[in-house]
Write a protein that binds this ligand. Structure first.
Ligand code: AMP
Ligand code: MG
Length: 419
């Protein structure tokens, strides 16, 4: 049948934006994310998970001097060229002391980390020596010249760049910064993010006990994980709570949220149902585009601006909200901090499961590494099944329409790399 007048259903379908691939959506989103450029200097330990604001160049050599990798004896290798050589011990060099030049034809008692005395080129570990005459030591076998010596600058050369602006700081980078003498680091200031939940069905845990939950009510779970995901991605979060499902309340909440924040992140209400008020409310104050991103879980996503404040709407379904945060919102807030490496790290893994009926959208399947070194699949991959994410240690990033058979190589993303 050919309809001469479009029915309301089909015209709504037609106005729906086309599905766009995740990579295109991400590129478009990141194009909107200019680094905020605000920086601050924080004590070293507080720089964990922050984005470095300036390059760090080492003012010194690390280690600062040639030193011993062992407890043992420092010597010139040439003085013990044959097994069983005996040398007098001319000095004792604990770590943290400054040695005298090595007297010719002698060895120095030395400890791990202690500077090598000028003239010595080799360290023999104490287990390969034995006491000889009073004040002398026997080298059981002939040493190789240079063995057990850690050279000055072996880790870091003076003038070398140790960390770059845009690097994300972790515990190892903190230690590295300390090793060049820094006790504070310049980092990007935390983006200020206002977090909103939408939905009249949402009840905050703690306010109503489970046995008294009204019909149709559910506890708000997104609010908790989105807050921590934002904080772990370096943001300072103002949790502005639940917004009732009315246009007026949504407009009011958004205009308050936009003031004084770099980003308003809302969950729920980004579909095109008449209970979804985010789009009309943002459009009353600024602009907002609804996107259909070709991922599962996920799909509805909104991006717009109110004045200079970014607005992002994540789907309401908890797993969709979580995954969409990881693949779109997280790189966005990292870019606001000037982060340079936004790629999601992935590895090849072997599927220990079958996935015969893939979706036509790119899927992010909740999986867990098992003792055999393959991946197990959580049985219920529903977009509301938060148990799947709490159980999972990673996601399989499966291309559109790609069936998976046990033994296939798949692209695995470790959740810990994104948290
Ligand atoms: P919506 O995107 O508003 O249509 O919501 C989609 C689904 O996600 C509905 O089942 C909502 O009840 C649920 N949902 C929305 N927001 C939350 C939230 N903050 N916590 C838990 N579930 C939510
Ligand atoms: Mg809703």
């Amino acid at each position: 049948m050919i309809a001469s007048t479009p029915d309301p259903q089909s015209s709504r379908q037609a106005s729906r934006p086309a599905l766009r691939p995740l990579d295109d959506a991400l590129a478009e989103l990141l194009a909107q994310a200019q680094p905020l450029g605000r920086t601050e200097t924080v004590p070293l330990v507080e720089a964990d998970r922050r984005i470095l604001a300036h390059d760090l160049v080492s003012p010194l050599q690390v280690p600062p001097h040639d030193n011993s990798a062992m407890d043992g004896y420092a010597l010139r290798a040439a003085d013990a060229a044959a097994a069983g050589a005996v040398l007098p011990v001319s000095q004792r060099i604990p770590a943290g002391t400054a040695p005298q030049p090595l007297a010719l034809g002698t060895a120095a008692r030395i400890f791990t980390g202690a500077p090598l005395p000028p003239g010595a080129d080799t360290v023999v570990m104490q287990e390969e020596t034995e006491p000889a005459a009073e004040g002398a030591i026997r080298f059981i076998k002939a040493p190789h010249k240079g063995q057990n010596v850690r050279y000055s600058g072996e880790d870091i050369q003076q003038g070398a760049m140790v960390l770059r602006a845009g690097d994300r700081i972790g515990p190892a980078a903190l230690g590295l910064a300390a090793s060049i003498g820094l006790d504070r680091l310049p980092v990007a200031a935390r983006p200020r993010v206002a977090l909103l939940s939408t939905g009249d069905e949402l009840v905050m845990p703690g306010t109503v006990p489970p046995e008294q939950m009204p019909a149709g009510a559910i506890y708000n779970s997104n609010r908790f994980f989105l807050r921590r995901l934002l904080e772990r991605a370096g943001c300072e979060v103002s949790d502005l709570g639940n917004v009732p499902d009315t246009r007026a309340a949504t407009v009011q909440a958004l205009s308050e949220a936009a003031a004084g924040h770099d980003l308003v992140l809302a969950s729920g209400g980004v579909s095109v149902g008449e209970e979804d008020h985010l789009r009309p409310a943002v459009q009353a104050l600024g602009r907002l585009d609804l996107w259909q991103v070709a991922i599962k879980p996920g799909k509805p996503f909104a991006y717009g601006q109110i004045g200079a404040t970014h607005v992002m709407g994540l789907p309401g379904n908890p797993v969709s909200s979580f995954v969409t945060f990881l693949v779109l919102a997280r790189p966005f807030v990292l870019r606001l901090q000037g982060a340079t490496d936004l790629a999601v790290p992935a590895n090849q893994f072997i599927a220990g499961f079958d996935w015969p009926r893939p979706d036509k959208r790119r899927e992010f399947l909740r999986v867990r590494r098992n003792a055999e070194g393959t991946l197990d699949l959580f049985p219920n991959q529903g977009s509301g099944v938060l148990t799947s994410l709490a159980w999972a240690d990673g996601l399989v990033d499966n291309p559109p329409g790609q069936p998976i058979a046990r033994g296939d190589r798949v692209r695995f993303i470790a959740l810990e790399d994104l948290l």
